[in-house]
Write a protein that binds this ligand. Structure first.
Ligand code: KIV
Ligand code: ZN
Length: 510
């Protein structure tokens, strides 16, 4: 059986007793284009990383700015259990900047590959080696723990790489790191490289894998199989270009697939991912393993049926292990048992005919390519049950002023639970202004956020019918869709928002 051959293959692994997590979200992760974290955000992330139990946090590159040094000092004041490390080139000014940042662990590096030596540094092999050794000695003289990287190690001549790493080992380095700077490794090559280095180097070996080919986690795991004692990772796999190996994928793979528990509190991973995503502005694709919104979502009838009988049928990882939750999604693939379980969750009792009507309605929406949220299901079920769905919010009036010399302003009048209320707001355009006015009018009842806004012209011409589709979320994490079709785009937008608002208020009554 295949499962037995997996166990058999594990016998060839040379896995170390002590595997450490070196998190570089605050350094390589922050080097993602467009990302710049404030001191406070860095402190928050460092605290969360320390709470989950990573061994080392690379807090940044102290030579870069005073802000970087300040955040290092503030993080050091937290007295974390994790080691705090900073990046430095093999130059005294960088190492001095790190020493001024209250750090006692340096990750120092110099380009080692022919490309880096010849084009970037314009240095001979001998010069690179001499600079590396001098820097390691300087760091050691200042009492630092030293991790040394030959940048672009994986495109460096192997004999020279060994010579360089042996030289820094002799100079007192505590660990060597092997950066796959442009992600060119693949698992079998990683294994050979790490095994080769292990035969030559006595100090612990770490890997730093980039994800240009989508292989960063696989390569990091392969390095561990070959005896590497540490992996550099980032939350959500953020980092230069395609990013780095993702912490959550690496740690959970080790735990679930390899049976190696690193003492990381995996139950915080979803929250941590969400926080990093918010402060960096890098949204996770829904299908991102472990932390994506679809990582534990099921729609197809066959899968939902299996999940309801035994979750392990289609969930290799229990969602609670990573602090996520299971979601049964509704759509054209929904099966009867999935729908029944949803209706049960909402205490909605339908007879067989009513059930078939709701089922058909959901399939019809799915066939039209529409999203079906829980709020939609509740609204459909209530309609089928013949109950009159009282709308809490009604539009009584809308006036917009817009143009190139005035700020777009919307005046919205709503009836909320029988009372009329009116306000005016400005925005980047009339729809934005109207949304802001609605948000303001309902703020005592509910805080809403527009998650998605789509507009489609159904007919042609300037009087075309426009269909607006929105998804809004509330402060409790509920999602609701809203639709409206009108020949006036702004009216259609406002009606779609109010439609979704009524549904979300309705679902909150559950
Ligand atoms: O990817 C890389 O090579 C790095 C170095 C600074 C080690 O991040
Ligand atoms: Zn890197």
């Amino acid at each position: 059986m295949f499962i037995e051959s997996i166990e058999e293959s594990k016998k060839n692994f040379k896995i170390s007793d002590k595997i450490e997590i070196f998190d570089t979200t605050l350094r390589d992760g922050e080097q993602s284009p467009g990302v710049a974290l404030t001191v406070d955000e860095k402190i928050q992330i460092a605290q969360k990383l320390d709470n989950i139990g990573v061994n080392t946090i690379e807090i940044g590159f102290p030579a870069v700015s005073e802000g970087e040094r300040q955040s290092a000092r503030e993080i050091a004041k937290l007295n974390p259990k994790a080691n705090l490390c900073g990046l430095a080139r093999v130059i005294p000014a960088d190492i001095d900047a790190l020493l001024m940042s209250d750090l006692n662990y340096v990750h120092t590096f110099i380009g080692s590959s022919p490309l880096h030596r010849e084009y970037k540094l314009k240095m001979s092999k001998e010069k690179v080696l001499e600079k590396a050794v001098t820097a390691v000695e300087y760091c050691k003289d200042h009492g630092l723990t030293v991790e040394f990287s030959g940048e672009d190690a994986t495109r460096t001549e192997i004999d020279y790489l060994i010579e360089l790493y042996k030289a820094v080992e002799d100079a007192g380095a505590d660990k060597i790191n092997v950066p796959d700077t442009v992600g060119v490794l693949y698992p079998a090559a990683t294994k050979t490289l790490i095994e080769t280095l292990k035969r030559e180097i006595k100090i612990p070996i770490s890997v730093h894998c980039h994800n240009d080919f989508g292989l960063a986690v696989a390569n990091s795991l392969s390095a561990i199989e070959a005896g590497a004692q540490q992996a550099h990772v980032t939350i959500n796999g953020i980092g230069e270009r395609g990013g780095n190996a993702s912490l959550e994928e690496f740690v959970v793979s080790l735990k679930v697939a390899y049976g190696i528990d690193l003492d990381i509190d995996t139950t915080q991973l979803y929250n941590l991912s969400d926080y990093v995503s918010k402060v960096t502005g890098i949204k996770m694709p829904p299908n991102k393993p472990i932390v994506g919104e679809n990582a534990f979502a099921h729609e197809s009838g066959i899968h939902v049926d299996g999940i309801l009988k035994n979750a392990a049928t289609y969930e290799p990882i229990p969602p609670e292990l990573v602090g996520h939750s299971r979601k049964i999604a509704l759509g054209k693939h929904t099966g009867a048992s999935g729908l029944r379980s949803k209706l049960k969750d909402y205490n909605i009792n339908l007879d067989e005919d009513q059930f078939c009507n709701v089922y058909d309605e959901i399939k019809k929406l799915g066939d039209k390519g529409k999203t079906v949220t829980d709020a939609d299901l509740k609204a459909i079920a209530v309609t089928v049950l013949g109950k009159v769905k009282e709308e809490n919010i009604k539009l009584l009036g809308l006036t917009v002023v817009s143009g190139d010399s005035v700020s777009a302003t919307a005046t919205v009048k709503l009836e909320i639970d029988g009372k009329a209320k009116e306000t005016s707001k400005t925005g980047v355009g009339p729809v934005d202004a109207a949304l802001k006015a609605i948000q303001d009018l309902v703020k005592d009842t509910i805080a809403i956020k527009l998650e998605e806004y789509n507009i489609e012209a159904i007919t042609g011409g300037t009087d075309a019918l426009a269909e607006v589709f929105v998804i809004i979320s509330d402060d409790l994490g509920n999602l609701s869709t809203g639709r409206a079709t009108k020949d006036d785009v702004i009216m259609a937008s406002v009606e779609a928002i109010i439609n979704s608002l009524n549904k979300i208020l309705f679902i909150r009554e559950k």
